[in-house]
Design a protein around this ligand. Structure first.
Ligand code: ATP
Length: 593
């Protein structure tokens, strides 16, 4: 397959901000892709060469990329640097310099996708001494063989700046349309993705084996399963009603969610965002090796920081000390962890994702050998409101955030990748009046003035709308940031800055700086109100109005464990608004004349 076909498609995709148009263009590209390279083309459109959970990046620094362009174009480094300053985009600069060189040289052999992929792969795999020189030579070689347009996309891909705005969900839509017979196939295709997190493998199976292959798609140890998530409610009555009168209530531990994959003696830990985090928790890896009795298994649990002296649980923030690359040994000693297991998704040949709660819980008890550092989530089965409330208070007393109440019905399967009503969380902060923490994505910012000059004065925050796969603004937040946060924010957001509003962001507000949705913050709001200027859940409550969070305050929690798609959804904000309204209507004050 010629790389020019891809470059052509990228150019068109880049030019549109409409998701439907983007999907159509992608469908076309996938239809024009031969079977043998379908997985590669899928990874490439996402600016990668492997699925997200494989932490291999092509990783070419800008300086090195400039040098490669100098070599391929025969121009001076100062010329390239000068142009880059003006364009701000190494892709555009590469296109320009390769174009002017092209006029002087003869036509080349066309670049193929296979060649581009293989070269990217080589670049990603080189390490040690000589790696820089080899990467330089490989990239210069590619650029020399590329057309100007191809050079633009090669350059953006290797420097990690492709950013076509194609979300995973758009790829699934396109696969269903191109090879599954239509949009109706989307659900099946999505399940395959939810249990594998590997768009390339899903694409390959859809193309090679059709929907039948997708139906038989199996969980594989080593491929992270997208986590099942919980809805929220604020009273035991509502929870029991929703769960059919009886449920399993489990402590909601305040730590980091971990999905452990054990293959023989090898254990890999995945975060909630499906990144490999075994390096942060070598002690947890050892605990899993010792305590999981199955040879091959996939388990989920919460990793909680504990006081080394007393064994008492400590809050989530303490785990941030584990997010370092160096001196991890010291961090293990200072911030030890305990594991609280709450689910098992696979054990020795049995895919348990479609089995009900009790079957999985029983298997969990069977495969986990409990110790003082590895436990199974404390739980009760109850259909009694008072008992549930008492258990909730006990959970808080024991240092937890509250409860996760789980369906015990026959259909209580593990809903990979979905936030549904089979799990309902009941948290401490839902108790305080009109006060809820929400996790919002930074999509824009405003420059600080006065004391905050040089950093941001406020950030524009958004909820996620999974139906349209967009981010909808819900509030502007400038409170709660410490001096340290203010210094850190621009650095943290630097690599996500985009020149204009991102294609997946819905906003009526003009931010001064726009970001690709990526960083998630926890925010405490005072109340949810109707808003003509925010786009969150537009028209859901009143025509022409969205919803906004008033008096937002950053709680200090960066939710680095969350992907932007894991942020609070617009629908959840609608739920909060409705509950708040109900509370006001029911309050004695509102009955007074
Ligand atoms: P939050 O910000 O409230 O932790 P979340 O969006 O990360 O929510 P939810 O699915 O909404 O995730 O809430 C469940 C989360 O609670 C899980 O992601 C998991 O990390 C944590 N947790 C702690 N204990 C349990 C448990 N016993 N069962 C399931 N999840 C648990």
């Amino acid at each position: 397959m010629q790389y020019a076909v891809i470059a052509e498609a990228y150019e068109k995709i880049e030019a549109t901000t409409k998701r439907l148009e983007m999907t159509d263009l992608l469908v076309n590209l996938l239809k024009n892709t031969p079977e043998e390279v379908i997985d590669k083309v899928v990874y490439l459109t996402q600016g990668r060469i492997y699925p997200d959970f494989v932490s291999i990046e092509i990783g070419v620094a800008e300086r090195l990329a400039v040098k490669a362009l100098v070599k391929a174009s025969g121009r001076r480094e100062s010329e390239v640097e000068e142009d880059l300053k003006k364009s701000g985009d190494l892709g555009i600069t590469a296109q320009k310099f390769i174009a002017s060189k092209r006029q002087l040289t003869f036509a080349h052999q066309p670049l193929t996708v296979e060649k581009v992929y293989e070269t990217f792969d080589k670049m990603a795999q080189t390490s040690g001494s000589g790696a820089v020189d080899l990467k330089l030579a490989l990239l210069a070689g590619l650029l020399s063989a590329a057309s100007p347009k191809e050079a633009r996309y090669v350059m953006r891909t290797v420097t990690g700046n492709l950013r076509l705005g194609i979300a995973d969900m758009t790829v699934l839509d396109a696969l269903a349309i191109a090879y599954g017979g239509g949009k109706e196939a989307r659900e099946l295709v999505e399940r395959a993705y939810n249990v594998s997190s590997d768009l390339g493998r899903v694409a390959k199976v859809v193309v090679e084996k059709g929907l039948e292959g997708v139906e038989k798609f199996e969980v594989l140890v080593g491929e992270p399963i997208r986590p099942m998530l919980a809805e929220r409610l604020s009273s035991p009555e509502e929870i029991l009603e929703k769960l059919g009168g009886k449920c399993a209530a489990e402590y909601k531990y305040d730590g980091e969610r971990i999905q452990a994959h054990k293959k023989g003696d090898e254990v890999t830990l995945f975060s909630r965002r499906l990144e490999t985090i075994s390096n942060q928790y070598p002690d947890a890896v050892e605990l899993f090796k010792k305590c999981v009795k199955a040879r091959n298994a996939i388990l989920e649990g919460e990793c909680v920081a504990v006081n080394p002296a007393t064994g008492e649980m400590r809050p989530f923030q303490e785990l941030m000390h584990r997010r370092r690359k160096y001196e991890i040994k010291q961090a293990i000693e200072d911030y030890p962890v305990s594991l609280f297991m709450f689910d098992v998704l696979y054990a020795d040949g049995h895919d348990l994702t479609l089995k009900p709660y009790f079957v999985r819980r029983k298997m969990l008890e069977k495969v986990v050998e409990k110790t003082d550092r590895v436990k199974i989530a404390t739980s009760i089965i109850t259909g009694n409101v008072d008992e549930l409330e008492k258990f909730f208070l006990k959970a808080i007393e024991d240092g937890c955030e509250g409860l996760v109440c789980k369906s015990i019905a026959r259909d209580s399967v593990y809903q990979a990748g979905a936030r549904g009503w089979l799990w309902i969380k009941y948290k401490r902060d839902y108790k305080s009046e009109m006060t809820d923490t929400v996790d919002l994505v930074i999509v824009g910012a405003f420059h600080g003035r006065g004391k905050r000059a040089g950093t941001y004065g406020a950030v524009l925050l958004a909820t996620y709308n999974p139906e349209t796969d967009t981010f909808e603004t819900v509030t502007k937040c400038g409170t709660g940031f410490t001096d340290e946060d203010l210094e850190k924010l621009p650095k943290m957001l630097k690599s996500h800055v985009v020149g204009r509003k991102h294609a997946r962001v819905q906003s009526l507000i003009e931010a001064e700086v726009w970001f690709e949705p990526n960083v998630v913050l926890e925010v405490l709001g005072a109340e949810v109100t109707l808003s003509p200027i925010h786009t969150c859940a537009t028209n859901a409550i009143r025509r022409g109005n969205g919803l906004a969070i008033r008096f937002p305050r950053f709680t200090g929690k960066y939710r680095l464990d969350k992907a932007p798609e894991d942020a609070t959804t617009s629908k959840e904000i609608v739920g909060m608004y409705q509950r708040q309204l109900k509370k006001i209507q029911e309050s004695p004050a509102s009955a007074e004349p």
